[in-house]
Design a binder for this molecule. Structure first.
Ligand code: SAM
Length: 456
C-alpha cells in the first residue's frame, strides 16, 4: 500500500513524551520522522508523511500516546477549504474504499466542543459530493470515515466554527487500552514507587523494545518496567538491593494489608499478564557494583533509579561505613548500606549502559530535577551514549523529573571508564546530590502531600 499523508489523533496526556514516542516507534518500524513535517506539538492532531500504510499499522500496534490514525483525504481551516481539499484528493485513491459492494460509516470527532446530533448529521450530509458507492452500515461497516474538528485548546474560549477540519479513512487505533488493562490498581505485587502503566509503556517505546530483546532494569523494585518490556516480547531481567522486594517479603504497600502475601513477587506479576515466559530472573544486587561478565549483553536498559524521596538511595557499604550507617528494618531489607549519592548513581548507570548495551541499544531512565537550577548542562553524559530525547514530567512548581533516552553510538573501550577525568563535559554534576534537600526545603506539608498523591 502506498505511503502518503496521515492524520494522527493523540491523547492529551503526557504531552511532552509524545513526539519522542512517535519518533522512536517510526524508527523502530524502519521509517523516519521527517523534520519537514509541521506539527504543533501540543495539538491532538498531527499530520505526518509516512512511507506506507503498513508502517502506520505497525506504529499503532505500539503507541500509547496516540489514539487513532487516518489516511488523510482532506483538511482545511474552514468547511469550504476542507471541501476544496477533498475535491483535489486523487479519486483513484478513494475508489477502492467506495465500491458499490462495500459498506461504510462516517463518524465525527470533535476536540474542545460537543455537537448536537442534528449538527453532526448536517456535517455528514454536506459530504454528499464524495463518490460514495457502497451502503451505509452503522454496526459493522467495512470502511469507516471520520470528520475531525479542532476547536482549539482553550476551554474558556470555544469558537463557533472549528479552527481546523480534517477528513480521513480510519486505519487503526493505538494501544490506549493497555493503560487500563495493566493498571497498578489491579496488579498483584506493587510497592510505593511502582511505575504507572502508561509511563512504563512510554519508556519501553522510547527504548524501542522489540520481540526477543533482552531488557535489564538495575533498580527493578516491583518490576513495573519489566512488565511493559515483556508485553512487547522482550526477555526481562532485574536487580534490586532490597532483599525483601526481590523475595516479596516484608510490609505490603496496599492499604488494608499489613504483610506481603505468598507469591507477591515480580514473577507473579508477569504471570498475571500471561508474560511469565519472558521472565529471566531478578536478583538481589547492588547497582554500584555490577555482577556481569564483560560483553554487550542488553538490548535496552530501562530504569527508575531511587531519588531518596520515597525510598532510600543506598549501596552496600565498606566495614568503615558500617559503623556510620547500618540499616535493618522489616520494611526494606538491605544488610549493610551506605549512602549512594545521586550523582554517582547516574554516573554508574551511564557507564554501565555504555559497557553492557549492544550498539544502537538504548538507556531510558528518569532524572529528578530541581527546576530553578535546570540547564541542559546538568544532563549526565558519556562519550559512548548520544542523547535522543529529554522529556519533562512536572512534579510541582519547582521539581520535576526528566525521562532521558540515550543510544549507544560508540563501542566501549577501557579508557572510556576514565573519560570524566580527561574531559570536563563528562564530569558528574554534583548538584544532583542535594535534590532531596531541595525537594523538601520550603515545601509545606500540604504541597509535599500533593506531590505524593501525584506520583501515585
Ligand atoms: C524508584 S524504585 C523502582 C521502582 C520500579 N520501577 C517499580 O516499578 O516498582 C528504585 C528501586 O531501587 C532500589 N535501589 C536503591 N539503591 C539500589 C542499589 N544501590 N542497587 C540496586 N537497587 C537499588 C530500591 O530498593 C528501589 O526498589
Amino acid at each position: 500500500m502506498a505511503g502518503g499523508r496521515y492524520l494522527l489523533l493523540l491523547a492529551q496526556e503526557h504531552l511532552d513524551f509524545r513526539l519522542a514516542e512517535i519518533k522512536s516507534l517510526l524508527s523502530l518500524c524502519g521509517g523516519r520522522f521527517s523534520n519537514q513535517q509541521e506539527i504543533h506539538v501540543n495539538s491532538p492532531f498531527w499530520i505526518l508523511d509516512i512511507s506506507s500504510e503498513e508502517m502506520t499499522r505497525e506504529l499503532m500496534k505500539r503507541t500509547v500516546c496516540a489514539k487513532s490514525i487516518f489516511e488523510l483525504w482532506g483538511h482545511g481551516k474552514s468547511a469550504e477549504e476542507l471541501y476544496t481539499s477533498l475535491k483535489n484528493y486523487p479519486v483513484e485513491r478513494m475508489l477502492p474504499y467506495l465500491q458499490s459492494d462495500s459498506t461504510y460509516k462516517i463518524g465525527i470527532h470533535t476536540f474542545n466542543k460537543t455537537l448536537t446530533q442534528v449538527e453532526k448529521i448536517r456535517k455528514i450530509d454536506a459530504l454528499e459530493f464524495l463518490p460514495f458507492g457502497g451502503k451505509v452500515n452503522l454496526k459493522k461497516p467495512e470502511h469507516v470515515f471520520w470528520i475531525l474538528e479542532d476547536y482549539g485548546m482553550d476551554p474558556n474560549n470555544i469558537p463557533e466554527d472549528p479552527l481546523h477540519l480534517y477528513f480521513g479513512r480510519w486505519i487503526a487505533d493505538g494501544q490506549r487500552e493497555l493503560i487500563e488493562s495493566y493498571s497498578v490498581k489491579r496488579r498483584h505485587f506493587i510497592g510505593n514507587t511502582s511505575m504507572d502503566a502508561c509511563l512504563s509503556f512510554i519508556m519501553a517505546n522510547h527504548a524501542r523494545v522489540k520481540a526477543n530483546d533482552v531488557v535489564f532494569d538495575p533498580f527493578v523494585g516491583t518490576g513495573g518496567l519489566l512488565i511493559s518490556a515483556a508485553h512487547f516480547g522482550a526477555y526481562v531481567y532485574g536487580t534490586d538491593i532490597d532483599y525483601n522486594t526481590i523475595h516479596g517479603l516484608g510490609k505490603a504497600s496496599r492499604k488494608n494489608q499489613k504483610w506481603r502475601g505468598p507469591d507477591e513477587n515480580i514473577r507473579a506479576n508477569l504471570r498475571q499478564y500471561g508474560l511469565e515466559k519472558y521472565y529471566l530472573d531478578a536478583l538481589v544486587s547492588d547497582a554500584s557494583t555490577p555482577i556481569w561478565r564483560k560483553g554487550m549483553l542488553f538490548d535496552a536498559v530501562i530504569t527508575d533509579p531511587p531519588y531518596g524521596i520515597r525510598e532510600a538511595t543506598r549501596r552496600t557499604g565498606s566495614q568503615k561505613e558500617i559503623s556510620k550507617s547500618t540499616e535493618k528494618s522489616t520494611e526494606n531489607h538491605v544488610f549493610v548500606s551506605s549512602n549512594y549519592h545521586l550523582s554517582d548513581i547516574f554516573f554508574d548507570l551511564l557507564k554501565f549502559s555504555a559497557e553492557y548495551l549492544v550498539m544502537g541499544g538504548r538507556l531510558v531512565y528518569w532524572l529528578p530535577i530541581y527546576r530553578p537550577e535546570y540547564t541542559e548542562e546538568i544532563i549526565p553524559q558519556h562519550p559512548c551514549l548520544k542523547l535522543i530525547s529529554n522529556c519533562e514530567q512536572m512534579l510541582s512548581s519547582h521539581t520535576s523529573r526528566r525521562l532521558l533516552t540515550m543510544e549507544k553510538v560508540k563501542e566501549f573501550k577501557d579508557q572510556d571508564q576514565y573519560s570524566h577525568l580527561l574531559d570536563s563535559q563528562y564530569m558528574p554534576y554534583k548538584g544532583h546530590n542535594s535534590f532531596r534537600d531541595k525537594y523538601f526545603s520550603g515545601v509545606t506539608k500540604r504541597i509535599a502531600k500533593e506531590e505524593d498523591d501525584n506520583q501515585k
